[in-house]
Write a protein that binds this ligand. Structure first.
Ligand SMILES: *[C@@H]1O[C@H](CO)[C@@H](O)[C@H](O)[C@H]1NC(C)=O
Ligand SMILES: *[C@@H]1O[C@H](CO)[C@@H](O)[C@H](O)[C@H]1NC(C)=O
Ligand SMILES: *[C@@H]1O[C@H](CO)[C@@H](O)[C@H](O)[C@H]1NC(C)=O
Ligand SMILES: *[C@@H]1O[C@H](CO)[C@@H](O)[C@H](O)[C@H]1NC(C)=O
Length: 395
């Protein structure tokens, strides 16, 4: 073995071993410092209830699929079981997205409760223990979406949801909602007089979520706390400085806690007040660009006024299917994304199809998308090393 060969062999050995980890680490083995960071240079891709256009909403599999597809944040609605365990579930009743109707032993649990001024009848999550909820299986909400996963997945807890994000091969943020807090606090009682909001923030803190927007702590474990209830956001802001987003409903729906109208909570005066507590708003997208006969009308001034108050705007919900696309977009979801990102200038998008949004953003990204990441740098180094590896082999 010549001395050059020995040197090359040593070089390859050194480069391969000095880092004390392989060049292509297995996803779950990637140390925190090496994980590809959250992209912060373009509007956030927020996976609404996971990749729920493809997989039944709020399930482990829906969230993992969204992460594979390149989402920045996985989004979840947090409710509670009867025994006070926080779960990922959208509706206050189980009827729409589980197989609860098939369980004879639960048939007598049907109730009617008033929720946000409306009487609703069904099987409520707050009347079932976590163990009982875990015995159910989740179903696809819409009949026109893939039904093959019905009956395969369980309801997951808030803690299980957090674990999915923390276990991801790159930094993936979480975007949990304090859902129906007025109703949950009426029906679920925790020890020591704790409220739903206390349990919610305690859970985030237990797993290390802290720090203001864009702080070092936040970039390590990004989180947005969202709620339609202003009093919950104000209460939570006393407990954590994690960034919060104020959700804004359709113009016909008053806030569930303060009974304020859409016009009250979108006034300049109110934006001036709420920005002490939140970094942005999450409006229903038709309040930004109203729609008539499935055609877009003139945009309102909501985004301009929110931005003037330094509030981000993360509208909901973008869905690829024809029946959700306005005629202006020629049945092409990428044209809808282009319009909202380039013309309206939003800062994040809640989408049922995070894979589709990711492909759109990668193909239009000015700064090369995933190019400037640690993992791609490692990839380049590995490519530079491989010629040496070959010559070492022939020695
Ligand atoms: C709901 O039902 C109860 C009992 O029938 C009734 O007293 C109440 O007024 C109803 N609430 C609404 C909003 O309809
Ligand atoms: C925030 O905490 C302070 C000090 O404990 C308390 O006086 C205040 O009422 C709290 N505010 C809210 C909105 O809970
Ligand atoms: C909410 O406000 C509306 C409009 O001001 C009023 O008619 C209604 O009675 C209020 N509801 C409650 C529960 O306070
Ligand atoms: C990544 O960088 C390469 C080389 O600089 C460039 O050709 C490619 O278009 C970039 N990728 C994206 C997604 O922009």
């Amino acid at each position: 073995m010549g001395s050059l060969c020995s040197f090359l062999f040593f070089l390859v050995w050194f480069v391969g071993h000095a880092a004390a980890r392989p060049f292509y680490p297995l996803p779950s083995k990637v140390a925190n410092g090496l994980r590809q960071p959250l992209q912060t240079s373009r509007p956030y891709n927020i996976a609404h209830r996971g990749s729920n256009g493809e997989i039944p909403e709020e399930t482990d599999f829906a969230y993992r699929r969204a992460i594979e597809e390149g989402t920045d944040f996985i989004e979840s609605d947090i409710l509670s079981s009867k025994d006070g365990i926080l779960i990922c579930f959208h509706d206050v009743t189980l009827d729409g997205t589980t197989d609860i109707a098939e369980y004879k032993e639960f048939a007598n649990r049907k109730r009617t409760y008033e929720v946000q001024g409306v009487n609703i009848t069904g099987f409520f999550t707050v009347d079932f223990t976590l163990k009982e909820l875990k015995s159910l299986r989740v179903r696809q909400r819409y009949p026109f979406r893939d039904q093959q996963y019905n009956g395969k997945f369980q309801i997951i807890t808030f803690e299980e949801f957090i674990a999915i994000a923390l276990d991801a091969p790159r930094v993936v943020g979480i975007y949990p909602e304090i859902k129906n807090p007025v109703f949950i606090n009426e029906h679920v009682k925790w020890s020591h007089g704790k409220r739903f909001e206390d349990k919610f923030v305690e859970t985030l803190k237990k797993y290390g979520y802290k720090g203001s927007y864009m702080s070092e702590d936040w970039l390590k474990q990004p989180v947005f706390i969202q709620s339609f209830a202003p009093t919950s956001l104000i209460y939570a802001s006393n407990l954590t400085n994690s960034p919060k987003i104020f959700l804004i409903d359709d113009i016909t729906i008053p806030t569930q806690d303060t009974n304020q109208s859409y016009w009250d909570i979108t006034s300049d005066e109110y934006f001036g007040f709420i920005k002490q507590y939140v970094v942005g708003i999450g409006p229903w997208k038709d309040t930004i660009v109203p729609v008539a006969h499935n055609n877009l009308l003139e945009p309102t001034d909501l985004v301009a006024r929110a931005h003037a108050h330094n509030l981000q705007v993360h509208p909901y919900t973008y869905r690829n299917e024809n029946m959700f696309l306005h005629f202006n977009f020629h049945q092409d979801p990428h044209q809808e994304y282009a319009y909202w990102i380039q013309n309206i200038g939003v800062d994040g998008l809640f989408t049922d199809f995070p894979g589709s949004l990711h492909i759109f953003q990668e193909s239009t990204s000015k700064n090369g998308g995933d190019n400037d990441t640690t993992m791609s740098l490692l990839h380049k180094i590995a490519l530079m090393v491989s010629p040496f590896e070959k010559s070492a082999d022939t020695c």
